[in-house]
Every structure is written in C-alpha cells, then in structure tokens.
Design a protein around this ligand. Structure first.
Ligand code: SAM
Length: 212
C-alpha cells in the first residue's frame, strides 16, 4: 500500500503525540513510553491501522505499537484515530529493517504481520516481511516464548513464508489455508483493511502462528 504522497504528511506526523519520533531512544525502555510495564505487541507494516487499533481497544492491559514505512499511509491511520486516541497504542514511522535498533532483546511479546507486500521478484525476496532475514530480526526482539502471527491471501507469499521457517529456526504452532472457515483459528479474529477487501472477493485467507 503506497498512497500518493500527501502534502504535509511528514509535518502532521512530526507534530502527532501518537507517534514516537526518536524510537531508538526507547530501546529497552519502552515501558517509559507507555508509563507502565504491560506486554508490548507490534504490527509490522500496519497500513491504515484498523487491526491494531481494534486490538488496542479490546485489550487495554496490553501495549501496542504500529510500525509503518510510509508517512502517507501512517497519516491515514492518525486521521482515523485522532477522535479517540488510545493510551495503549503508539506508532512508529520506520523501515522494519531497523527493528532491532528500536527494540531490545525479548522486549516484544508478540509480532503481527498482515497482508505483507509480496515483492514477487526473487531478487527482492529479502524485502518480504516474513523472509528469513526478517525472521532473524524478529528473533532478536521477541520474548523467548513469544509468537508471530502472519495472515495473507497471497498463496505464493504464504508458501514462501512457510519454507523460510527452518532457515531461521522457527516452527509452526498452527496453520490454516482458509482462516475464515477454520473455527479454531478464527476465534477472536480481527479483520485488517486488506483482509476485508480480499475475503469479500472470495479469496481464502492463509494464516500461521509460529514460535522458535
Ligand atoms: N497490514 C495492513 C492490512 O492488512 O490491511 C496493510 C497491508 S499493506 C499490503 C502492507 C503495508 O506494509 C504497507 O502499508 C507498507 O507500506 C508496509 N510495509 C512494507 N514494508 C515495510 C517495511 N519494511 N517496514 C515498515 N512497513 C512496511
């Protein structure tokens, strides 16, 4: 998702109290950003943020951080949330390649990837958020017993993501190729913007939950 460059989006983001502007300063100290030591869960590539906003509303005892690379997209999330900001939800505009500079070892309790960009050309495989390169980065910040959840309707990306697991030392906790018809894995499911769009078109949604 790359919205047209919206004029002034960087200025709006720079002034937003919902955005952490110098996230590296909080490495190993994220409890200070929230003012409590509740668990921290992150969504990498959150887009317009519907999923993480709903999670944060439902779970006030958990802190959430939405990570998005593009200002124009993050701006849309901020616009939606400014009427009812949540104390347990913050945002970072950054490339997730730098994620281990922003979170310390075992600082994150759970990681969500939703409808990550497929980067279909092989030469860009390293940019895919469930690639082995990214799994190694997640490994460095996720609690020992933490899990990562990934949803997509893109079967090629999902198959790729499954094949990457052993190379980075991860294993499957649960998996489905049709989430919306899997009663167990569907329990408590929160739809993302992309999930709403693609499931309405009849695309089955794949999901895995993985651990090390
Ligand atoms: N997760 C949302 C959903 O399911 O509706 C948005 C999906 S959209 C296809 C993928 C999002 O991931 C885009 O907003 C894109 O800018 C963001 N993204 C892709 N690569 C990223 C990276 N390396 N770091 C941070 N965000 C990234």
């Amino acid at each position: 998702m790359r919205l047209r460059n919206i004029q002034g989006s960087r200025d709006v983001i720079a002034q937003s109290p919902l955005v952490v502007h110098e996230p590296r300063q909080y490495r190993d100290e994220w409890k200070e950003a929230f003012g409590n030591d509740h668990p921290i869960r992150i969504e990498v590539g959150m887009g317009k943020g519907k999923f993480i906003y709903q999670l944060a509303r439902l779970n006030p005892q958990i802190n959430y951080i939405g990570i998005e690379k593009y200002s124009s997209v993050l701006l849309r999330a901020l616009q939606k949330m400014e009427d009812e900001p949540l104390p347990n939800l913050l945002f970072i505009r950054m490339d997730a390649e730098e994620i281990s500079e922003v979170f310390g070892r075992e600082e994150v309790d759970r990681i969500y990837l939703n409808f990550s960009d497929p980067w279909p050309k092989d030469r860009y495989a390293k940019r895919r958020l469930p690639s082995r390169e990214f799994l190694k980065r997640y490994d460095s910040i996720l609690k020992k017993d933490g899990v990562l959840e990934f949803k997509t309707d893109n079967r090629e990306l999902f198959d790729f993501a499954l094949l990457e697991l052993p190379f980075a030392g991860w294993e499957i906790v649960s998996v489905t190729y049709d989430l919306h018809h899997d009663e167990e894995m569907m329990a408590g499911n929160i739809m993302t913007e992309y999930e709403e769009r693609f499931s309405a078109q009849g695309n089955p949604i794949c999901k895995y939950i993985i651990k090390r």
